[in-house]
Each structure stands twice: as C-alpha cells, then as structure tokens.
Design a protein around this ligand. Structure first.
Ligand code: NDP
Length: 237
C-alpha cells in the first residue's frame, strides 16, 4: 500500500467515476485532498464529507477558473488531472461547439493546471493526467476528436517531464481502457463491442485506475516520468 501522510493532493474532476476513486484512495492513504467538480454539488459534498476532503467548484472549460483554483492550493505534492468529457460520433454531424468544449476540458485545462501547479509545487512532486487508450488505438469510427485530445496529453507529459525534471517532479499519463463509470457504464449498449477488442473482457473498476495513480505518486516511482501507462485489459494490444 502507499502512504501519503502530509502530502497535499489536488484532483481536478474528483466528484464522480475515476476521479472519485482517486480521491478515496489518496484520502485513505493519509493525504490532505482537495478536488474540483463542475456541476454535481450534492455528490461532491457527500464525497467530501465521506473522505474528509475539500470540494471546490471550478469549471475546467474556463482557463481563469482552472488557474485560480490551482493557485489557491498553494504548494502541492501531487496533482491528478482527471476531468474529461467524451464526445463521439460522425464528425460531419457533430456539433462543433461540443468539440471545442471537449478540447478546452481535455487539453487546455490540463496544460494550464500543470503550468500553474509548477509555479509553486514542492520538489519531487507528482503530476498525473488521465488520458485514454484511445490516444493509441481507436478501433471504431467516431472517435477522432476524443482520441486527438488524449494524444495531445502524450506530447504534453513528455515536454513537462523535461521542463520540471530538475526539481524531481515526475509527469505521467495514465491511459485507461473501458472503466465502469457514468461516462462508460459496464452495462451500456457499447459493452459487447468494446469487450470484443479486449484480452480481459470486462470494464475496469475505477479503484483499479486509482491504484496506478497511487503507484505513480509514490516514492517508488521517482524515476518514472514522461511516460504513458496503459491499463486497458488489452484493448490496445
Ligand atoms: P465521469 O463522467 O464519470 O466523471 C467525470 C468527472 O470529471 C466528474 O467528477 C465531473 O464533475 C468532472 N468534470 C467533467 N467536466 C468537468 C469540467 N468542465 N470542470 C470540472 N470537472 C469536470 O468520467 P470518468 O470517470 O469515466 O472519466 C474520467 C477521465 O477518465 C476522463 O478524462 C476520461 O476521458 C478518462 N477515461 C475514461 C474512460 C472510461 O471508460 N470511463 C476510459 C479512458 C479514459 P461533475 O460531477 O461536476 O460533472
């Protein structure tokens, strides 16, 4: 297990799904945890009460809100940027504003959050972003824009690993395959198609993704940086 006693942790997008599992994992391992969310007030307050964490309303689609909420946290030891949205469908029919919103949340927010974090992060800090196996593999139509947003994170973590490595800060992306959340329910209509691509034919649990985040944030992972960590049941194999 991991011990994050006396570590300050911020989870961007922590109210539900993978982010909530990350909040639970770091809080149970002793960290002081704050998390952001955009709309789920009641769910966020309940999670904060359950875990002793702080729920902060901040829209990742708004750069000013991202920068402000990160700056308010002071010296962080760990940031996990998880907030993301999924827009899939025929690119000729999909609303262009929805695509631009996804780019704001999935790409611009992680970039600006990590830059602001780096201004005052403690040495040996940990930056983790939640990407997707769809950065590497999209074995069906309709995923070009989503895949683009997750591929962008690969270039970002490689670059930031170089920018911040002299301070011992590591920067990594976790790339899940199907995970049972509101975004992608294990009993949803796409499940059989998704499982057909997998070696382990089931959705992951959110806590399995949180376990990888805990490893990457641990002291043991001090030289793991600028890398992509796929956890996908063999979806992209
Ligand atoms: P969910 O939709 O279940 O949860 C998304 C979380 O992000 C919620 O806490 C939500 O807050 C928050 N969020 C969304 N938009 C914003 C915003 N504009 N500002 C602040 N917070 C926001 O998603 P998942 O847990 O499934 O996904 C989490 C991450 O994992 C995403 O980046 C996703 O792309 C990635 N991923 C998911 C996979 C899956 O199969 N589930 C597979 C691969 C990657 P609120 O409750 O307020 O809406």
């Amino acid at each position: 297990m991991t011990d994050f006693t006396e570590k300050n942790v911020l989870v961007m997008g922590g109210s539900r799904g993978i982010g909530a599992a990350v909040v639970r994992r770091f809080a149970s391992d002793g960290a002081t945890v704050a998390f952001t969310y955009s709309s789920s007030d009641e769910i966020a307050e309940a999670l904060a009460a359950e875990t002793g964490s702080a729920a902060l309303k901040a829209d990742s689609a708004e750069r000013a809100e991202v920068v402000e909420v990160v700056a308010q946290q002071g010296q962080l030891d760990v940031i996990i940027v998880n907030a993301g949205v999924l827009v899939m469908g025929d690119p000729l029919e999909t609303d262009a504003d929805a695509i631009d919103h996804m780019i704001n949340v999935n790409v611009r927010a992680p970039y600006h959050a990590l830059v602001e974090t780096a201004r005052r992060m403690n040495d040996n800090g940990r930056m983790i972003v939640i990407g997707s196996v769809n950065a590497d593999s999209i074995p069906f139509p309709g995923g070009a824009a989503y895949g683009m947003t997750k591929s962008a994170l690969q270039g970002m973590v490689k670059g930031f690993a170089r920018d911040f490595g002299d301070r011992g800060i590591t920067v990594n992306v976790i790339q899940p395959g199907p995970v049972d959340t509101d975004m992608n329910p294990a009993d949803g209509p796409m499940k059989d198609m998704m499982h057909s691509f997998m070696a382990i034919k089931r959705h992951a649990r959110a806590d399995e993704i949180a376990g990888m985040a805990a490893y990457l944030a641990s002291e043991e992972a001090a030289v793991v940086t600028g890398a992509f960590h796929t956890i996908d049941g063999g979806f992209g194999a």
